[in-house]
Structures are given as structure tokens and as C-alpha cells.
Design a binder for this molecule. Structure first.
Ligand code: HSE
Length: 409
């Protein structure tokens, strides 16, 4: 039986999870793939992490070249997190002809084109199933199972931390700070949680997913990004009064020559399947022109679900006759992102409870009020489809608007 030799960059939470999956399902993996897997080098500062997994101390190194330039290593697993030095290390590995499997969206999304090109030049593979949606096999679905479709829309709950926080804030009336503390204690949040709550983590993931869905590179720099830092309990309560649930959604829509791509807190109807996605779960909702709607649901964070996706990539990479590269990079096919024209419904929150006067004032400005709600000295309205530009114009000079939140209802 052939043995595939693995090098690890990092042996933290996710890296240890990969080692555990390889050990726990060793027989299954042998039966399924006809291969065995051996860890031969680990870039890691902390010796206790190897010890905890029963790995020999001699496997540990603090020198990147001892992994990337190792003559025996077939595949390098990059689970360091953060953009640098992870992106440079992956590039070095690919330039040395080593196939890379990564879970690291914050290194992959901004440097994807460079890494794809380095992989293509050396003939190595670049695999990233775990980089978006954790254990949900969404990359494979987009790359292979949706081939017969134009994908008109992809909408995802792709950050577990914020989904957990919004759920706890609504169900338990928990404060923002307490909900974040819990999400950190449960190991969902990034080392720097501003990437989670600010929406950047979801934007990295949306860049990857939307590019595969739209078959054009949706650059993370072009994705409009608003996190949940300004969300208040009143938003959740007043939205709830209107039969809506708030989610941090990454959305990309094919608008012909342009693509709409953003990460925004967004209200959904309580009856929408995505509204039932609670805790730190993720879900991705796709609309194909042939298959219609597809929804994928599962654990988007955590050591073992993420490791499950990484190990499936290791097996896939080991068995590949030829690695695949992104056609949109080769063709220079970059998405023109424009979020200004797209129309959306909006939830608007105001000081005071006089919904009748508010409705009259907003309708004089050309906005159509669909619903109203009041609670504890504040009120909110749901207004019908307007573009961002139209909303900005209508609200200019309008005093007392405390929040404007997108609604996909
Ligand atoms: N911090 C991320 C999340 C981890 O909360 O979804 C998984 O990418």
C-alpha cells in the first residue's frame, strides 16, 4: 500500500484535529483510498502539541524550509491561520512542487491568484475545501456537482461566531459582549475576533465561494462588508415583531455584466430555512438555473468538522492524476462588483413610537412602508425595494434614523 507523506504547518486546534481524524479513521481511509498517511514533519513552536498526539519530538521543526523543501513530503497541510506568514509559506511550498491543503481563508482569499499561478507552474495542487463552510463540502459541490448550472445567487451564513452571537442575543436577551465572550470560549472565534464581528472572515469566504459560483474572480477587496458591531437588542426585538430573524449573510448575485457581492447583517423571514440555522452552524443556499434551490447545512467551525474537510482534500489530492486550476485566473476573468444599483428591502429603526407620522414622512420621501413595529420607546419600519442610492437620497436630511438594515423578505 502506498504511503503519502505529510508535512504540517501548525499543530494548533485544527492541525491537531487533522492528526486525530487521520488516526481515528485510519482503517476507513485505507479501505476507501488504498493509501496510508504518515506525518513526517511539523512546523510548530510548542513541543507539547506533538507530545499530546503521541508524535515523536524529532518531527518538530521551527524552520519552514525543513517542511517545504523536504524531499519526501508529498502534501503540506497549512493550518497556521492569519495571512502572513501563511501565504508566503504556501507559495514557497507550491514553488517547490508540494501540493498544499489549506483551511486558511484569510491567507487564501487575498493571495489566491498568486498561489493558483505558483501551483500551476510547478504542477502541484492547491486544495481548500475547509476554507469556507468548515465541514460542509460546499467547494466540491460548486466545483463539480453544479457544473450543469448557471448559479444566479449564493447566500450563506458563513461565520459561526456571529451566528452564535445573534442567536444568543435574541433567544437569551444576552448582551453583545457576553455573547462574544461565549463564542470565544467555545473556540468559534478567530484569534482576533474583529474579523468575525466586522464581517471580514465572511468576506474572505464569500470571495472564494462567489468566485466558484459565478466562475469569475470576485476579489475580496470589492466585497462590501458590514459586520454586526452596531446591532442592538432593539433591532433583534423590533425585527422579531415583524416576523423576521437577523443573520450575517454573505450574498453574491449574478446581475449580468456585473455581480452584486456583500456581507451585511440581513433580516430574513422567520419562515425561511436559513432562519432556523442557529448556534454556530453554517448554511449555504444556492440557486441554479436547472437544479433550482440547494441548501447545504453543517458545522462551519470547530476542529473535527474542519479536519474532516482537510482530510477529504488530502485523499482527493493523493489520488488526483492531474490537479485542477481556476480557469477564471487563466482567462483574467474578474467580476465587476457593483452594489449600488441592487434593490433591497430595508428595516429602519427610529427614536419614538409615532409610527403613523413616521410612515407619512417616509412615504413623502418616496419610500413605501410595508410593516411597522414599536417597542420600548423606539419604532421600526420595513420599507419596500430601493437601491442604496435611493435610500441614501431619501434619508438625507431625515433626522432620527438609528439603523438601516437590509432585508431579504
Ligand atoms: N471564526 C470562524 C467562524 C471559524 O466563526 O466561522 C471558521 O472559519
Amino acid at each position: 500500500m502506498k504511503t503519502i507523506k505529510l508535512g504540517f504547518l501548525g499543530l494548533g486546534n485544527i492541525g491537531s484535529g487533522v492528526a486525530r481524524v487521520l488516526a481515528a479513521n485510519k482503517t476507513l481511509l485505507q479501505e476507501e483510498s488504498g493509501l496510508t498517511f504518515e506525518i513526517v514533519k511539523v512546523l510548530e513552536r510548542d513541543p507539547s502539541r506533538l507530545e499530546a498526539l503521541g508524535l515523536a519530538p524529532s518531527l518538530r521543526t521551527e524552520k519552514i524550509e525543513e517542511v517545504t523543501d523536504h524531499p519526501d513530503i508529498d502534501i503540506i497541510i497549512e493550518v497556521l491561520g492569519g495571512q502572513e506568514p501563511a501565504a508566503s509559506f504556501m507559495r514557497r511550498a507550491l514553488e517547490h512542487g508540494k501540493t498544499v491543503v489549506t483551511a486558511n481563508k484569510s491567507a487564501l482569499a487575498p493571495t489566491w491568484e498568486i498561489l493558483d499561478s505558483a501551483a500551476k507552474q510547478s504542477g502541484a495542487g492547491l486544495y481548500f475545501e475547509a476554507s469556507a463552510g468548515g465541514g460542509i463540502p460546499v467547494i466540491d459541490v460548486l466545483n463539480h456537482s453544479m457544473q450543469a448550472n448557471h448559479i444566479a445567487m449564493i447566500m450563506g451564513i458563513i461565520n459561526g461566531t456571529t451566528n452564535y452571537m445573534l442567536w444568543r442575543m435574541k433567544q437569551e436577551h444576552m448582551s453583545y459582549d457576553q455573547a462574544l465572550k461565549e463564542a470565544q470560549e467555545l473556540g468559534y472565534a478567530e484569534p482576533d475576533p474583529t474579523f468575525d464581528v466586522g464581517g471580514k472572515d465572511a468576506a474572505f469566504k464569500l470571495s472564494i465561494l462567489a468566485s466558484l459560483a459565478m466562475r469569475k474572480h470576485v476579489d475580496v477587496e470589492d466585497i462590501a462588508c458590514v459586520g454586526i458591531t452596531e446591532i442592538t437588542p432593539q433591532d433583534l426585538e423590533l425585527g422579531g415583531e415583524m416576523g423576521m430573524t437577523l443573520k450575517l449573510l454573505g450574498i453574491a448575485k449574478d446581475q449580468g455584466d456585473e455581480v452584486e457581492a456583500h456581507v451585511y447583517p440581513t433580516f430574513l423571514p422567520d419562515s425561511h430555512m436559513m432562519s432556523a440555522v442557529t448556534d454556530a452552524f453554517n448554511a449555504i443556499f444556492l440557486t441554479g438555473d436547472m437544479v433550482d434551490d440547494v441548501m447545504l447545512y453543517g458545522r462551519g467551525a470547530g476542529a473535527l468538522p474542519t479536519a474532516s474537510a482537510i482530510v477529504s482534500d488530502i485523499v482527493r489530492a493523493s489520488k488526483a492524476q492531474r490537479h485542477e486550476y481556476q480557469r477564471f485566473f487563466a482567462e483574467g476573468n474578474k467580476a465587476k462588483v457593483n452594489n449600488k444599483k441592487a434593490a433591497s428591502r430595508y428595516f429602519l429603526r427610529f427614536e419614538g413610537e409615532d409610527t403613523q407620522s413616521l410612515k407619512t414622512a417616509l412615504e413623502e420621501k418616496g419610500l413605501k412602508v410595508m410593516k411597522t413595529a414599536t417597542a420600548a420607546g423606539q419604532c421600526a419600519v420595513l420599507i419596500d425595494q430601493v437601491s442604496e442610492e435611493e435610500l441614501d437620497r431619501a434619508l438625507a436630511g431625515c433626522t432620527g434614523c438609528l439603523a438601516a438594515i437590509h432585508a431579504e423578505v
